[in-house]
Design a protein. Structure first.
Length: 757
């Protein structure tokens, strides 16, 4: 003993100190290494996504999935690429990627994977980004780690490196994947059963490094571009966008669908997949197996993480309305908001239950959500439809900004601040995130192309279209700049609450689903606001081929009625294009009651909103819709003369382009008209008359250049039970109706100019 004590004196003491210090150093080093590995893994994921993007860009020329509008209009360069899998060549159709496409035909989507579609091997998801990077053999592994360590360093120095916090390997409970069983806890209060560790209120838990909890403040000049490329310069206090992903339970890297990877079902589970498909019109069976707080790849353009946003952004109420939403997707939506929104900017989450019928959405949902103080549930006493359900949420919201989301989404990291920043800069800006695709079949998180914006085609069919190249060049746009968006997709956007009410909210007369995105878009633009897509804000959404819920009335009639309300209030003279492109039957007011529009028309006057012509010229100038189908002289082939209207009577004359009396229009309402006068059959059906044009009078409509090619040049009276064609008398002294003959040149008519659309 004495010897030891002696030994510890003098040089011995120094040795002991060195030994203890080394042990402490070693322990610290191990801890640091463990932390680094977490960051490395998240960085690996990011690198992989970026690499995939590069590959997909290179392959784009040949393998781009060209997606287009469904009939009746075609076009659009819409590409969907699959995270970790290159461009998607499977059956994702634009119908899955756009809302309110008029006819959401069952045949288009909602399809189950076919037996002959290639199946991914069952173990694939286990070799996701995460494990592949760590488990690959020597050189590959080293290379990857070196690369990512560099990446990590620079990330750290930017002060925003927590993207995905996870520890390897931890098995997370499965309880989050299925509806929790309700039981009584010791206080007699009902609560969900969780395996340990118990899930706590996420917003109160921080696994952040200090740097995220206290964002780096700076007074650096904030230079941002507005939608028109104008530079907004501001010197207020700002910080780098917070890229949170808070989880209080470490994530299981091997869980199904983790990191947005495709999840797979064994072939013997196909029947189960099919059985449950209709519950949500996507792979519900699989969704229930994926963690409700899974990580998704950070798909933002690289520079987004560097963007500065103001410290004093307004906070938001997030409003989800839902009807019979699938349990796991509803929970994943809520968790993604809780986990990835800076808590101080999230006032609350309002769940508006639009009179769901499913039992699990009642007490069980209350119980589950009771662990999150910020979540409020509002239950409607009867089915209102998404428009009025959202309005109910808006009416009780306490946040300065309203953020509407669909109930089957996953918000990506850093999604919220870029949206709020835009509202902060201008309260009349209505920002939308980029809507990415969560595959309805394998639940993978898919990337979408840059520079996409929401547009419409006639008859008010929503779709996506890339910004014209020239516009991008002219405005010197980068992939992270806000994109002016003529029409929002509908489901996801933020709006200043006061402004939303000033605008008169949505037209509350719209029922169930459909057309409300057109309505709010026209209203915003025409009444002084702006809609933007914010590339630094990204939210995944499951696009379904069919609405999984019932419509209280006929689905098609509901959508048509909504669209007709929008057309009547907002389209001015262009409403003819809406009716003329497939909704002729709606012109007959007796066939459909679109309800009272007085309030909406008054509102438009009160807000002094601009014309639809202004909207087309300024917001969607690349559309340039012609107001008529054809115009100019009306030439009769047999007679080789032109129709002329003089002193209230029709006759034929030598064709003369400069003569106004020979100018007629063939309108979208299928009128052959000069000013207010329409040519109409008359008497017993063989004569004709000039009448004041009336949209509701079927006798005023003529088919011309219709798909029937044999009679394409004819003017066919639409009203007659038998097909009758307009015919010129051989001497040019009569104009009458006759049985249609495809070769009769006196029944063939030609306008000077046809507008194809
Ligand atoms: N929704 C609702 N009531 C309805 C119809 C829809 O609350 O009568 C909700 C629905 O659950 C979803 C949102 O409104 O959260 C948008 O509907 P959906 O996802 O069907 O629209 P899509 O994305 O297919 O256009
Ligand atoms: Mn949806």
């Amino acid at each position: 003993m004495m010897r030891i004590r002696r030994y510890l004196r003098g040089s011995g003491r120094v040795l002991a100190f060195v030994f203890i210090a080394s042990v402490i150093w070693l322990l610290l080093d191990m801890a640091a290494l463990r932390m680094s590995m977490d960051d490395v893994n998240s960085q690996l994921l990011k690198e992989r996504v970026i690499r995939d993007r590069e590959i997909s860009k290179q392959q784009r020329g040949t393998q781009l999935v060209k997606q287009g509008f469904k009939n009746p209009v075609q076009r659009v360069d819409f590409a969907v690429t699959r995270a970790g899998k290159g461009p998607l060549s499977s059956s994702i159709k634009l119908a899955h990627v756009y809302r309110h496409g008029g006819q959401k035909a069952g045949h288009q989507g909602g399809h189950l994977p076919k037996a002959d579609e290639p199946k991914h091997v069952a173990s694939e998801h286990k070799e996701g980004h995460y494990n592949v990077a760590l488990k690959q053999d020597g050189p590959a592994k080293k290379k990857a780690v070196d690369l990512d360590l560099n990446g990590m360093k620079s990330e750290t120095s930017r002060g925003m490196d927590v993207i995905i916090k996870r520890t390897l390997p931890v098995v997370v409970s499965n309880t989050t994947q299925v509806p929790p069983v309700v039981h009584k806890n010791k206080h007699g209060k009902k609560g969900p059963i969780h395996s340990e560790p118990k899930v706590e209120t996420v917003t109160e838990v921080s696994v952040l490094k200090p740097v995220e909890a206290h964002p780096v403040k700076t007074t650096t000049k904030l230079i941002q571009k507005d939608g028109k490329g104008k530079v907004v310069d501001d010197t207020a206090s700002v910080h780098k966008v917070i890229s949170l992903d808070l989880t209080n339970v470490p994530r299981d890297a091997n869980a199904m669908g983790q990191f947005g990877q495709a999840a797979l079902v064994a072939s013997n589970e196909d029947a189960e997949v099919k059985k449950r498909w209709n519950e949500g019109h996507f792979n519900v069976f699989l969704s229930d197996k994926i963690p409700v707080d899974r990580a998704v790849p950070d798909t933002r353009p690289e520079m987004c993480a560097q963007h500065l946003v103001h410290d004093n952004l307004p906070s938001t109420s997030v409003i989800f309305c839902f009807v019979d939403e699938v349990w796991s997707t509803l929970l994943r939506s809520v968790h993604s908001v809780l986990n990835r929104s800076p808590p101080h900017l999230l006032t609350e989450i309002i769940l508006v239950d639009d009179f769901s019928t499913k039992d699990y959405l009642k007490e069980q949902l209350d119980t589950y959500m009771s662990q999150f103080p910020k979540v409020r549930i509002i239950r409607l006493k009867e089915r209102q439809g998404l428009i009025r359900a959202r309005l109910t949420g808006a009416a009780v919201a306490k946040g300065e900004v309203l953020t509407f989301l669909d109930s089957h989404i996953e918000c990506n990291v850093g999604w919220l601040e870029p949206l709020l920043e835009r509202v902060y800069l201008d309260r009349k800006k209505v920002p939308c995130p980029v809507i990415e695709v969560i595959s309805d079949k394998d639940m993978s998180y898919l990337l979408v192309d840059n520079f996409q914006r929401g547009v419409f085609k006639w008859p008010l069919v929503f779709g996506w279209s890339a910004l014209p190249e020239e516009y991008i060049r002219k405005n010197n746009m980068t992939v992270s700049d806000p994109i002016r968006c003529p029409v929002m997709a509908g489901g996801l956007f933020s709006i200043d609450k006061k402004y939303f009410f000033e605008l008169g909210t949505y037209d509350p007369g719209l029922d169930v689903w459909g057309g409300e995105n057109m309505e709010i878009s026209f209203k915003i633009w025409m009444c002084g606001g702006e809609i933007e897509i914010i590339p630094c804000s990204r939210v995944g959404h499951i696009f379904r081929g069919q609405n999984p819920y019932k419509f209280p009335k006929d689905r098609q009639k509901t959508v048509e009625r909504n669209l007709a309300r929008v057309a009547e209030v907002w389209l001015d003279e262009y409403k003819d294009l809406f009716y003329g492109h497939g909704y002729h039957h709606l012109r007959d007011r007796k066939a459909i009651n679109i309800g009272n529009l007085t309030d909406q028309i008054e509102l438009r006057k009160k807000l002094k909103c601009k014309s639809f012509q202004w909207y087309l010229d300024n917001v969607y100038p690349d559309m340039k819709p012609p107001l008529v189908q054809a115009e100019g002289l009306v030439f009769n082939r047999g007679l080789r003369k032109c129709l002329t209207l003089q002193k209230g009577s029709l006759s034929f004359d030598t064709c003369d382009l400069s003569s106004q009396s020979q100018h007629f229009n063939y309108t979208w309402m299928r009128h052959v008209r000069q000013q207010d006068l329409c040519i109409a059959p008359h008497g017993n059906g063989s004569g004709f008359a000039l009448q004041l044009c009336d949209n509701a009078v079927p006798e005023h409509r003529w088919l011309h250049k219709s798909s029937n090619s044999a009679l394409a040049d004819h003017l066919i009276a639409e009203y007659a039970s038998k097909r009758m064609c307009l015919e010129a008398g051989p001497k040019g002294d009569t104009l009458h109706l006759n049985s249609c003959e495809s070769r009769n040149a006196f029944q063939k008519w030609e306008f000077t100019k046809y507008h194809t659309q």
